[in-house]
Ligand binder design. Structure first.
Ligand SMILES: [Cu+2]
Length: 118
């Protein structure tokens, strides 16, 4: 009888685990898809750009400056360049062609990052 109780407890535990996995797995699938976002937000914070995002061609990236010093978003190949962004200022650019776009802040050239367009 004791053994029977143990089996019931074990199968209840396994069943709960399966249910929890079934509930949480769709969320995991969604977050994987989000890596290729239709539009993306990049933060400028503590003298760095982040994250490096991968977007679909035709998508718009919006940068927001969260620092209390001005920053500029400028492409390495002069494809895009923002004005000086003060705190909470935003700049958007729409990427139409696939490729890897390196960019930096001309005021602080050590600030570099990239946008990948698929
Ligand atoms: Cu800067």
């Amino acid at each position: 009888m004791k053994r029977m109780k143990w089996v019931v407890t074990l199968s209840t535990t396994i069943l709960s685990t399966v249910v929890i996995m079934a509930i949480s797995s769709p969320k995991l699938a969604v977050s994987a898809e989000n890596k290729l976002t239709p539009g993306a937000e990049v933060k400028i914070d503590n003298f760095s750009f982040g994250p490096d995002v991968t977007i679909a061609a035709g998508s718009t990236v919006t940068w927001t400056n969260h620092d209390d010093v001005p920053h500029v978003v400028a492409s390495d190949t002069n494809i895009f360049k923002s004005k000086a962004l003060d705190t909470d200022d935003r700049y958007s650019y729409t990427f139409t062609k696939p490729g890897t776009y390196l960019y930096y802040c001309p005021v602080h050239p050590k600030m570099t990052a990239k946008i990948v367009v698929r």
